[in-house]
Write a protein that binds this ligand. Structure first.
Ligand SMILES: [Zn+2]
Length: 422
């Protein structure tokens, strides 16, 4: 579709107006002449570019500057070129501008980590910044998936809480395209907790959770579902928390293909019980993941770290925990929520009292715990077929809250609670 443009005639009529100090008469004329709402908004906010005779997308630059430069670079792939060009023509602020960056603009490229879907490198951009290069596995043939992930970063990335994407580059040796992103100094939230948990204040822990919730809310506000929300996909920076890895992110109303529907990717402990039982991912499933992250930030320990992430755990989460959460939900609805919260605070205080603060876990400079060799914290394809069906929690009249708090401990929290055995 042709982008809406101002005609030369309209330009002539309004070129001498000061967009910041329009008279009432001028405003009426503008409303009459510029019918496209987006163009009108750009004009009122940023004024006109005398060179291309169009409203500017930003007060700091005109998109025509990028356009003039299009002939000076190419990624070697038309799809990628057009994708970058489009981002430059549409960008309304710096965060949304993508660049094609030649690989030789990077030096000291250093391997950082391998995730479920790609490998992460750290590199110095010769213009002075340290950045991260994310190489998606098998991206020689640029796929829609690769570009979609970048696009999602642009859509939700103008907040501090979702990691920024600066551009695209290509490793000349492997021919893999790479996403160029902001480097998070403290690594993932998981790495940060390992290193710093024992010296973190409650204020800091709560602030981490607040920023994480804020970022997830930004994703949800765009009607998206993250679908792979875990502590390894949250990055810790000096100024805060940024969510990354939007590769599996999908619009909330997207109907996945049958094949895709059946596949569950992710890190088992963070996947909501109903998803493990074959239901679709929803924004609520992301929020379940947030709940697990909240637990992790409060205790410092990875969820279910000392047991194998296998079919038995999947059944525990998808059947037992599902039933108990369902029961809790019904109890919450039955009782007034304020009373319930108070009850939970008393309950939490009791549990905290039992925790010994002298535990070696929490007294060292860094957290030290042993992870089960069968506990996996990078995203993978989870293939647990034929899980047993849960019994219907609605019929379970004895499912009182008191029982809930005891039994949830027995399947979940005590497993994480190393201190209790001391
Ligand atoms: Zn211009």
């Amino acid at each position: 579709m042709e982008e809406p443009k101002l005609s030369d005639d309209v330009f002539e009529q309004i070129k001498n107006f000061d967009h910041r100090k329009l008279t009432e008469e001028q405003i009426l004329l503008i409303d009459k002449l510029i019918l496209n709402e987006e163009l009108k908004e750009c004009y009122k906010k940023n004024g006109l570019c005398k060179e291309c005779k169009q409203p500017k997308n930003s007060s700091n630059w005109c998109q025509c500057k990028f356009q003039q430069n299009f002939k000076n670079w190419t990624s070697g792939n038309i799809e990628v070129d057009e994708f970058i060009q489009k981002s430059q023509l549409k960008a309304k602020n710096y965060v949304k501008i993508l660049e094609w960056i030649e690989y030789d603009r990077f030096e000291n490229v250093e391997y950082l980590a391998k995730g479920g879907f790609g490998t992460i490198y750290k590199a110095i951009w010769k213009d002075g910044y340290i950045l991260v290069l994310k190489c998606l596995h098998n991206s020689q043939d640029i796929t829609a998936e690769f570009l979609r992930e970048i696009e999602l970063h642009i859509v939700v990335g103008d907040s501090l809480s979702v990691i920024n994407c600066h551009g695209i580059t290509k490793d000349p040796e492997s021919n893999n395209f790479m996403i160029v992103m902001t480097y998070a100094q403290n690594g993932s939230l998981r790495q940060y907790l390992n290193k710093s948990f024992n010296s973190m204040s409650w204020k800091e822990k709560l602030s981490i959770l607040q920023m994480t919730a804020y970022g997830l809310n930004n994703i949800h506000r765009e009607r998206l579902i993250h679908r792979d929300f875990h502590c390894g996909n949250i990055l810790s920076e000096i100024q805060g928390i940024s969510i990354t890895d939007l590769g599996l992110c999908r619009p909330a109303n997207a109907k996945p293909s049958q094949d895709e529907y059946k596949k569950i990717y992710g890190v088992l402990p963070y996947i909501a019980p109903e998803v493990l039982r074959g239901k679709e991912y929803t924004q609520e499933s992301d929020i379940y993941g947030f709940g697990i992250i909240a637990y992790e930030v409060c205790t410092g320990l990875p969820p279910y770290h000392n047991i194998a992430h296998d079919k038995i755990l999947t059944i525990s989460i998808s059947i037992e925990l599902y039933e108990k959460l369902d029961g809790l939900y019904r109890d919450l609805i039955r009782s007034s929520s304020e009373q319930e919260i108070e009850k939970q605070i008393i309950e939490a205080d009791k549990i905290n009292e039992k925790l010994t603060t002298t535990s070696s876990l929490y007294t060292g400079a860094t957290l030290s715990y042993v992870t089960n060799p069968q506990a996996f914290y990078t995203s993978r394809l989870l293939d647990f077929k034929n899980l047993p069906e849960p019994k219907n929690a609605i019929d379970n009249k004895d499912d009182s809250f008191g029982e809930y708090s005891e039994s949830i401990e027995s399947i979940d929290f005590t497993k994480l609670n190393i201190d209790k055995s001391n």
